[in-house]
Design a protein around this ligand. Structure first.
Ligand SMILES: NCC(=O)N[C@@H](Cc1c[nH]cn1)C(=O)O
Ligand SMILES: [Zn+2]
Ligand SMILES: [Zn+2]
Length: 498
């Protein structure tokens, strides 16, 4: 293996990039193979596929030369009283040279549900390339970025070059359903994180065509509101008109959560939202954001707000409430005349600093109970918090942000926040106290969670290059930092004559 010094870092970078360009079809083929596995974590019937996906990922990381541990995550309790095994989590380590920086990469290999009949143009699990875009479920969220990181490490190996940093991986299979059990996993494996210097996540998209670094995300409080009128579904001709219908109650409850201007109707919900300072307000002015393009990407004609500043603030620093669906309600084709016996409404509130989960939980329960009381319904109401993930904000002055800016090279990346949630971002920050950075490689038009999700071939390949060069840039800055701060290191390098 060639040590770093034998090759100037610019020459090495050229070699790495040439290799990546020359092997891009292999990298694309690997993504196709990963996308072919329907690793949907929300469907218990697909659990075997999800478990297989985690195993394949573990094998792939092991093939890099890493030591891989598969951690049992126990059983997932389903609503119907049954249980299925959680997919294992992967903890892996490649290199443990104490003189090098240690980066831990976190990602997930589970995906959101996807069916042809949802409106996909091609099979979501048969990756298809159209106009230089790679379409398939998980292409950008998050299989593409996880593979790009692996490809970057693989490139050093293939060129027989020393990787300038130690690399750790934490890869999970239940991010899309709230990363259950991962907090305990991190708590129970504190020694794994003790020598980690930096945590990198690449699980969101850029805001525009410009590369970006993400330093904040919203959290999420996801609720189930269950209304039960009886033990079974009923014929609406035989029972319609004589019973209190669970669906009518639920629709009323859901309609009282948020008004048509997007304002959340839950008393007190805005109380803990941190006030907008003048300093923060100015940040929005400089951000390159094409509102029209964002609107085109969404497929929606009219947004709730009309200026760049309002849109970004309502995505990044204000909460929102979205109603996601109703379990138990008739939703198929045709005109089934049924009265459901039990329905579960699903909604979530994206949380921002300084909202607190127990406070929000109480406010939601109190509000729904008081709205329900107005109905004077004999039906049974149960409200449960399913997922509670806190928002995350990082220090953009951390060394790895500078290294990432250097790695992106040609342009200055946009410093952005993100309206979505990575449940583990804040957990990592609180438990490990390490620097966290999100380095997105996907585009604003990738359609995460939507029909026809994709990643562009160019972002996937450029992303692989950015990761490969990030290792070098971070190694350089980390070494400088050590030389300046650590008398022992200075002494050792002076003795070595360097
Ligand atoms: N790419 C990140 C992502 O999509 N995260 C999910 C996580 C989540 C939040 N609530 C339930 N799952 C997201 O919807 O933001
Ligand atoms: Zn994701
Ligand atoms: Zn997602």
């Amino acid at each position: 293996m060639l040590p770093l010094e034998t090759n100037g870092s610019e020459d090495l970078m050229t070699d790495l990039f040439t290799y990546i360009d020359g092997h891009q079809d292999e990298f694309v083929q690997s993504l196709k193979e990963w996308i072919a596995i329907p690793s949907d974590s929300s469907d218990p019937l697909l659990r075997k596929e999800l478990i297989k996906m985690v195993e394949i990922t573990a094998e792939r990381i092991q093939a890099l030369g890493a030591t891989v541990e598969l951690i049992d995550m126990g059983q997932e309790q389903l609503n119907d009283g049954q249980s299925v095994p959680f997919p294992k989590a992967i903890l892996a380590q490649l290199g443990n040279d104490p003189s090098k920086a240690t980066i831990c990469f976190y990602g997930h290999v589970d995906v959101q549900p996807a069916k042809m009949e949802d409106g996909w143009i091609t099979d979501p699990y048969n990756m298809t390339e159209r106009n230089e875009n790679l379409y398939g479920r998980g292409a950008t969220d998050n299989k593409g970025p996880v593979l790009a990181w692996i490809n970057a490490v693989d490139t050093y190996k293939a060129l027989n070059q020393e990787i300038p940093v130690n690399i750790k991986f934490i890869i999970e299979g239940v991010e899309e359903t709230g990363s259950q059990g991962l907090e305990d996993l991190i708590k129970g494996n504190s020694s794994f994180f003790s020598d980690v210097d930096y945590i990198v996540i690449s699980d969101n998209v850029r805001l525009s065509r410009k590369p970006a670094l993400t330093y904040g995300t919203r959290g999420d409080a996801y609720f189930f509101v269950e209304v039960q009128s009886g033990t079974k579904d009923l014929h609406s001709g035989t029972f319609g008109g004589i019973i209190h219908e669970s669906m009518r109650d639920l629709v009323y409850l859901l309609a009282n959560l948020v008004d048509s201007s997007g304002h959340i109707l839950i008393p007190g919900i805005y109380d803990d939202v941190s006030p907008l300072t003048e300093e923060e307000r100015k940040l929005y002015d400089d951000i390159d954001f094409d509102l029209e393009e964002h609107q085109n990407n969404s497929g929606v004609n009219t947004f709730l707000y009309s200026t760049k500043e309002e849109i970004l603030q309502h995505l990044w620093r204000y909460p929102c409430l979205s109603i996601h669906g109703i379990e138990g309600a008739f939703s198929g084709y045709g005109s089934k005349t049924v009265i459901p016996g039990k329905v579960i409404g699903k909604f979530s509130i994206r949380l921002v600093p300084d909202m607190k989960i127990p406070v929000v939980n109480k406010q939601v329960i109190n509000h729904l109970k008081s709205v329900f009381a107005k109905l004077k319904s004999p039906n049974k109401l149960v409200v449960t918090l399913q997922i509670g993930a806190l928002p995350w904000i990082a220090n953009v002055n951390d060394l790895q942000y500078e290294a990432a800016r250097n790695a992106i090279r040609k342009v200055t990346p946009e410093m952005i926040r993100d309206g979505s949630t990575i449940p583990l971002a804040r957990i990592f920050q609180d438990l490990t106290k390490k620097s966290i950075m999100m380095l997105p490689i996907g585009g604003a038009d990738d359609g995460e969670h939507s029909q026809n999700e994709k990643i562009s071939r160019s972002n996937y390949i450029q992303g692989t290059k950015i990761f490969a060069s990030f290792f070098l840039e971070l190694a350089k800055l980390h070494k400088d930092l050590q030389m300046n701060n650590d008398p022992l290191t200075i002494k050792t390098s002076q003795q070595n004559g360097s």
